[in-house]
Design a protein around this ligand. Structure first.
Ligand code: TRP
Length: 357
């Protein structure tokens, strides 16, 4: 994909003209498939995002011939967002993804709202989705209940997610377990569209991200989450070594001093073992054996060391990139241009099938 390499903006204009006036063939994914995934612009990711998803994203960009990652800002406004905060969270997420190892030469990295084809395909797919199909999806049930009422956008969130995936004829979608039902909707919608209008979309397969589930440091029965109200519950990838040491020291454990791995009966200590193993790049058994002879207090120092060692280069790179807003915006502009090159012909084909042109 060399079209966008030199100067994204004029070539985009040219491409817009080209796409409007010249019929392009659909951009089928190369043999070996196409990966698509999205992450909300929550600012800087936390350790759970990094170990549970982003590390895997970095691996996938070396394994698949075509890889697309999107910062899904259209999804994020299904919850109220302060505009200035949203803008800076988008750039922070872009900086973080680059710092974690996403390589814009290998993967297309872009901001969802910059490719308006997402919203348009979402409308078409929404017209193929029944209301009851969405009512039972867990995210709607949970989030609309919290607020006592939810917006139409929150309700149709999974349809937009299906559009994200199908717009690129994606074949593989790395997601966490909490997204499996959303992926099933994308599969259903591919099938429904293909059945009604003729085959266009492959049915995407979920690539379940690793079993490494990082839990809250304060309540190991729940996931580590950005929205946790307790600051001590979450380690973000830009936390200083002192912050990390403090949070690990305060992490909930139990009254047994020996270190073992048993998530059912000892969720707190086991969470530390998970974090240690994942950040040190070793297996859980190896982590437990390194802890032999240490009580949980001493073990926490070892865990801190592993986390600090792993996150320091990422933190430093994010800090460097944050000063270079023009670079971040350039990466996203070029990513959007490349994404549009793939999306435009697919949407065009979908529009034709529906009978718009
Ligand atoms: N809903 C996903 C999440 O909250 C984010 C997302 C949006 C996504 N569009 C996607 C994930 C497409 C995979 C594919 O994690």
């Amino acid at each position: 994909n060399t079209t966008c390499v030199f100067s994204p903006v004029p070539i985009c204009w040219f491409f817009g003209f080209y796409a409007k006036h010249i019929s392009l063939p659909s951009q089928d994914p190369p043999g070996g498939g196409r990966v698509f995934s999205g992450i909300q612009p929550t600012g800087v990711p936390h350790l759970g995002n990094y170990l549970g998803a982003l590390e895997n994203w970095v691996t996938l960009q070396n394994q698949y011939p075509s890889v697309i990652y999107s910062i899904v800002d259209l999804h994020s406004i299904t919850q109220p967002q302060d505009p200035a905060q949203l803008r800076s969270s988008i750039l922070d997420m872009a900086a973080s993804l680059l710092a974690c190892g996403i390589d814009p030469e290998k993967a297309i990295l872009f901001q969802q709202s910059q490719v308006s084809e997402h919203a348009e395909l979402s409308w078409i797919l929404g017209c193929l989705t029944s209301m009851p199909r969405l009512r039972h999806l867990p995210q709607w049930k949970m989030k609309s209940k919290l607020k006592n009422e939810g917006s139409v956008g929150l309700y149709t969130y999974p349809v937009l997610q299906a559009a994200d995936i199908l717009l690129y004829k994606s074949t593989h979608v790395p997601v966490g377990e909490d997204q499996v039902q959303h992926l099933e909707l994308a599969q259903d919608l591919a099938r429904i569209f293909n059945g009604r209008y003729g085959h266009l979309f492959p049915e995407p397969t979920a690539l379940l991200s690793s079993t490494r589930k990082v839990k809250s440091l304060r309540d190991p029965s729940s996931k580590m989450s950005k929205s946790d109200t307790q600051a001590m519950a979450t380690i973000t990838v830009t936390d200083s070594p002192d912050d990390i040491a403090l949070k690990v020291r305060r992490a909930v454990t139990d009254f047994t001093s020996e270190v073992t791995f048993d998530p059912e009966t000892r969720p707190g200590v086991s969470n530390l073992v998970t974090i240690h193993a994942a950040t040190a790049g070793i297996g859980v058994e190896e982590a437990v054996s390194q802890a032999r002879g240490l009580d949980t207090g001493a073990y926490k120092l070892l865990v801190t060391e592993a986390v600090v060692h792993r996150l320091t280069p990422i933190r430093e790179e994010i800090e460097r990139l944050r000063w270079d807003r023009a670079h971040l915006e350039g990466v996203l502009a070029r990513g959007a241009c490349r994404a549009r090159e793939l999306a435009a012909p697919v949407l065009r084909e979908a529009r034709q099938r529906v009978g718009f042109c």
